[in-house]
Design a protein around this ligand. Structure first.
Ligand code: NAI
Ligand code: MG
Length: 504
């Protein structure tokens, strides 16, 4: 049984506490403002359910204000005049400031989201900084082409033809709560590197690190109106941003359901849309893997990292039938040893789910699994009655019709199935409306690459899982989304190509 540490956080969140004490406001046009309505809503510590802050409950009026500020900043003032080199230096500085404030940001993130502070310290915060550092380099490398054209009807006339890549314009960015600061970085880094201006709407569950980032952006010298941070609910602030005719593009990460709503609202002015949505990623262990222990640990981390609240979680585990029992036992043992507790407790290995809503959602899946005949090898229950803790869970005896096999659970719950032959496995692994990621564990190099080719997903991890890098594109096939974030692929999402033809 997973143990819960019930004592209060041993780390005093000094820096985070100082930040939390100050009133929280929107960043619009370089100013910190209350919502137009004056309304605010509570932000909770998911390990207790206690209120830790209040933030503006923004609506259409606030969004409109921010969009107008972003438009002004896009068209006039210092931002469009900044040289690529200066823009790069500015973005680099944001990365530096994140590192300088790493401990505070890690505490804020841990308190707000519930994730272990130790994880935020080595993953969320440094990766966010690295994304800005990586994107800083691109500011000076947004290049077009010179194109030899024939222009047949023009006879002997000669032309110089070239392309330039220009910013898309005013970008609305709507992000989720599972990696709040990192998702803000994934979105802001490339948008700024390519010269756009932004309205960022953080998730209502976790708005705090985006507001702290807003302060750091001003400290770095990002000009007024270039980045606006507006807190609010999805149905109000988010929907207003997605529908606004002054917005040229929406970049969204979140549920597939809301992704589809965004596409519909974007139709109003045909704004560009990029989407990073859900997943139900297969993770496949072959019996020829030489280090089975590493594969078992990898399979456990693939699902339990960030409490399963990862769009790319390895939530469907497949093991070749000869090793299936050992893999299931190994992952279950791993699950039983995970220490649950508040994110700020130094010994915590897994924190609470982010909200009551997610606790209810995940509990609903656990119930439906059992009702449909799945067997719980370990876990399956809520832990305690305070906070939103759920036991790491391994389900077996499942079939492809079950909801726990088809739908994204977004909690620490894995379904494990045996397979006989690779030819049978691939179609089953691909049997999902999603296609975000997949894992393959084998020592047969040809088999590994064949599987990598056959699996329909945006990222394939071979003998590893959850390896991310600012230089590596990430995104989904099928209903896992549109477009790729990070790497140089993301620049496509934030630039328009213009062709220029000169008669010589
Ligand atoms: P969600 O998709 O509702 O929320 C994500 C973001 O979208 C938040 O900023 C939210 O305020 C905003 N939003 C919500 N409704 C909107 C609307 N109508 N118009 C514009 N913006 C809107 O996700 P939620 O409810 O937090 O979680 C539900 C499920 O979504 C999870 O159980 C999980 O399966 C999935 N999810 C996937 C994520 C991913 O990384 N791909 C991240 C978060 C959730
Ligand atoms: Mg929602």
């Amino acid at each position: 049984m997973a143990t819960i540490t019930t004592s209060e956080p041993a780390v005093s969140p000094t820096k985070a506490a100082q930040f939390l004490k100050a009133p929280k406001k929107n960043l619009i046009d370089g100013k910190w403002l209350e919502s137009a309505s004056g309304e605010r809503f509570s932000v909770y510590d998911p390990s207790t359910g206690a209120t830790i802050a209040h933030v503006p409950d923004s609506g259409a009026e606030d969004i409109d204000h921010a969009v107008k500020a972003a438009r002004r900043a896009f068209e006039s003032g210092p931002w469009p005049k900044l040289s690529p080199s200066d823009r790069g230096r500015l973005i680099w500085k944001i990365g530096d400031l994140i590192l300088e404030n790493l401990e505070e940001l890690a505490e804020i993130e841990s308190l707000d989201n519930g994730k272990p502070v130790a994880v935020a310290r080595v993953a969320d915060i440094p990766l966010a900084a690295d994304l800005f550092h990586y994107m800083a380099g691109w500011a000076t490398k947004i290049e077009g082409n010179t194109i030899p054209i024939s222009a047949l009807p023009a006879g002997d006339a000669k032309f110089l033809a070239y392309t330039v890549r220009e910013p898309v314009g005013v970008i609305g960015q709507i992000i989720p709560w599972n990696f709040p600061l990192l998702m803000a970085a994934w979105k802001l880094g490339p948008a700024l590197a390519t010269g756009n201006t932004v309205i960022l709407k953080p998730a209502e569950q976790t708005p705090l690190s985006a507001l702290r980032l807003g302060e750091l952006l001003l400290e770095a010298g990002v000009p007024v109106g270039v980045v606006n941070v507006v807190t609010g609910f999805g149905e109000t602030a988010g929907a207003a941003l997605a529908a606004h005719h002054g917005v040229d593009k929406i970049a969204f990460t979140g549920s597939t359901e809301v992704g589809k709503l965004i596409v519909q609202s974007a139709a109003g002015n045909l704004k560009k849309v990029s989407l990073e949505l859900g997943g139900k990623s297969p993770n496949v262990v072959f019996r020829d893997v030489s280090n089975l222990d590493a594969a078992i640990q990898g399979a456990a981390n693939a699902i339990f990292f960030n409490h399963g609240q990862c769009c790319c979680a390895g939530s469907r585990l497949f093991a070749e039938k000869e090793i299936y029992d050992e893999v299931v036992a190994g992952v279950s043992d791993f699950a039983k040893k995970i220490k649950l507790g508040p994110g700020l407790h130094p010994e915590t290995e897994m924190g609470p789910l982010v909200s009551q809503e997610q606790l209810d959602r995940v509990s609903g899946f656990l119930n439906s699994g059992v009702q449909e005949g799945a067997r719980t090898m370990t876990g399956g229950q809520r832990v305690g009655d305070r906070g939103y803790f759920v036991q790491p869970t391994v389900l077996t005896n499942t079939n492809p019709e079950m909801r726990v096999v088809r739908e994204e659970i977004f909690g620490p719950v894995v379904v494990a199935e045996p397979f006989d032959k690779v030819e049978e496995l691939i179609p089953i692994a691909n049997q999902s409306e999603y296609g975000l990621a997949a894992g393959v564990w084998t020592n047969d190099i040809a088999k590994a690459h064949r599987a990598a080719h056959q699996l329909r997903a945006g990222t394939i991890w071979i003998n590893c899982y959850n390896v991310f890098d600012a230089a590596l594109p990430f995104g989904g096939f099928k209903q896992s989304g549109w477009g790729r974030e990070m790497g140089h692929d993301v620049l496509e999402l934030y630039t328009e190509t213009k062709a220029v033809v000169v008669a010589l």
